[in-house]
Design a protein around this ligand. Structure first.
Ligand code: FAD
Length: 518
């Protein structure tokens, strides 16, 4: 039986194999040469109590002990002539549904409105350089979905649903660093994600699946209340035994399409706010207690939450060493989000700071029915466009100026490439959000001394945190509550949030499709 042990090391020791082996031997009380093999099962940084240490979980094989390889294996079959299943959307939910369907012996036909990663990169460069947005190819739409040009954080709270390890292993098999298998807060980075996504597509194609780009779905084809295919914008009809709808939460046209087809939707709570950016050196100094960050430590992160008058105010999608990016999908809106490269080496630390929005906060939008939340988001995205100066520039304000209700006569350097426009955001953000943000920032300044500083800047608006609409499904069959053969999945369906939980959801939906058609 292997030994599962924990060791605590200094950051430089944890990066040194000889030091790790010595620590293992000391812990089990054996000579170093008795260690046949070991691998790390968990790595986390403990920066509490004024020190910075690394906790390692290690599985050790001693003497003649048999080395057991417990990595999940994938049995992809040839599905060229198998039963076709349509997947709308090539984000994490859609791609992982496709991989799972191939294992289960079905032929996935993945239909994506955007372009393949390499062409999508050019559109994103155009957006940042020339400020021209392609509504079908941007930070949210295109191969890999919203997760491709992101931080690639792989943390999820829903580890029980589906098999978290299988998702991580599949990412490693397609080129991710194996360290994601044991790090407490794994991330991939925007420089590595496109290659991984491309290799996932290659796996789908090699095994006989299909992937169609620049193909926007405009209608679900129903036959006796059952989904049997889709129409594309160019009028093409594609048939399948089932339809997995994994279009993400930015595809507002999909919600309208379903509503027009009398397919039920539900309003749900969501969150909205701003993105804050600090110098990374400041966040490092706070989190690492002023101890200079050595090459052995990652750029420091934070996670903050505070309750203000019955609503949570919290940090969302924190990107250490990252960049703020223009994440809008329409030309009449400004939306911000964050990403970072694998080594998280930019000079900035950014995070969404958002306020929980419940349905009773939307009384003024009641005339929009189930679209109330969506209209609320859209209105403040349009306001952000206006206050940003009607381009791709974002409205911005120094943090203390926002909290104290003052115009910022100048703004600090910021990672947001398209540029900033100084705006009195305290005046135009909805009061129930603005007030809670101000109180939240004050509380965060007490939890992290130095956080509330005018060296930080806020940008608006961070509106695409989660979907304001759910596409309801039966909890057992995972089919839409009214339409047989229609499987809403991922973040846009309201059943996931983030890369891994969307991938997990795609995977469990593929299992449900297999039960439905078998
Ligand atoms: P999506 O990824 O949104 O994919 C949906 C796909 O469907 C898109 O490719 C879209 O083009 C396509 N589509 C939409 N409509 C149609 C149509 N009509 N026809 C055909 N195709 C259509 N999450 C994390 O966990 N960690 C992070 O670090 C992180 N960083 C992020 C950074 C940024 C800049 C952004 C924008 C998001 C980030 N997220 C992050 C969120 C994460 O990307 C999403 O939660 C996740 O991608 C949702 O997966 P999904 O498959 O459900 O939907």
């Amino acid at each position: 039986m292997p030994h599962d042990i924990s060791i605590v090391l200094r950051p430089d020791e944890a990066a040194n194999e000889t030091a790790v082996v010595r620590a293992i031997a000391r812990k089990i009380d054996i000579p170093t040469d008795s260690i046949r093999h070991y691998y790390i099962t968990r790595k986390s940084i403990d920066a509490r109590k004024g020190k910075v240490l690394v906790n390692l979980g290690v599985r050790v094989f001693i003497g003649e002990e048999k080395i057991i390889d417990e990595r999940p294996v994938f049995n992809y079959t040839d599905v060229r002539n198998a039963m076709p299943v349509i997947i709308v959307g090539a984000g994490p939910a859609g791609l992982f549904a496709a991989l799972r369907l191939i294992e289960l012996g079905f032929k996935p036909i993945v239909i994506e409105r955007g372009k393949s990663v390499s062409y999508r990169k050019r559109d994103i460069a155009m957006l940042n350089r020339e400020h021209q947005l392609n509504p079908d190819s941007n930070y949210a739409f295109g191969e890999g979905g919203a997760g491709t040009f992101s931080d690639g954080k792989l943390y999820t709270r829903s580890k029980k649903r589906g098999d978290y390890r299988r998702i991580l292993q599949a990412l490693v098999d397609h080129g991710a660093d194996p360290a994601i298998l044991y790090e407490a807060h794994p991330h991939i980075g925007t420089n590595r994600l496109p290659g991984i996504i491309t290799r996932i597509r290659e796996t789908i194609l090699q095994h006989g699946g299909e992937v169609l780009f620049s193909s926007r779905v405009t209608e679900i084809i129903l036959d006796s209340g059952q989904a049997v295919g889709v129409y594309l914008a160019d009028g093409q009809r594609i048939n399948g035994k089932a339809v997995i709808l994994a279009t993400g939460h930015s595809a507002r046209d999909i919600y309208h399409m379903l509503h027009n087809q009398s397919i039920a939707l539900e309003a749900k709570p969501f969150a909205m706010g701003v993105r804050v950016e600090h110098p990374q050196a400041l966040i490092d100094a706070i989190q690492y207690h002023g101890i200079p960050r050595s090459e052995y430590l990652p750029a420091a992160a934070y996670s903050l939450v505070h309750q203000v008058e019955g609503r949570g105010v919290y940090s969302f999608c924190m990107c250490p060493g990252g960049f703020i990016v223009p994440a809008a999908t329409g030309t009449d809106e400004v939306v911000v989000n964050g990403m970072s490269p694998s080594n998280r080496n930019s000079r900035w630390a950014n995070s969404g700071i958002v306020v929980e929005i419940r349905l009773d906060d939307l009384a003024d939008y009641a005339q929009h029915g189930i679209f109330a939340g969506l209209e609320f988001q859209a209105e403040f995205e349009r306001l952000a466009k206006q206050h940003g100066g009607y381009g791709v520039q974002a409205p911005a304000q120094r943090l203390v100026d926002f909290v104290e209700g003052r115009f910022s006569s100048n703004l600090p350097a910021c990672s947001y490439h398209p540029g900033l426009n100084s705006s009195e955001m305290h005046l135009w953000l909805p009061e129930h959000i603005g007030f809670r943000l101000r109180e939240g920032f004050k509380a965060f300044g007490k939890k992290m001394k130095g956080f509330l500083t005018n060296d930080a800047v806020i940008l608006g608006v961070e509106s695409r945190t989660s979907s304001p609409i759910r596409i309801p499904r039966d909890p057992e069959t995972l089919q839409h509550i009214q339409v047989k053969g229609l499987f809403p999945s991922g973040e846009g369906a309201g059943y996931a949030g983030g890369i891994v939980s969307s991938a997990l959801d795609g995977s469990i939906v593929a299992d449900a499709v297999s039960r439905y058609v078998s």
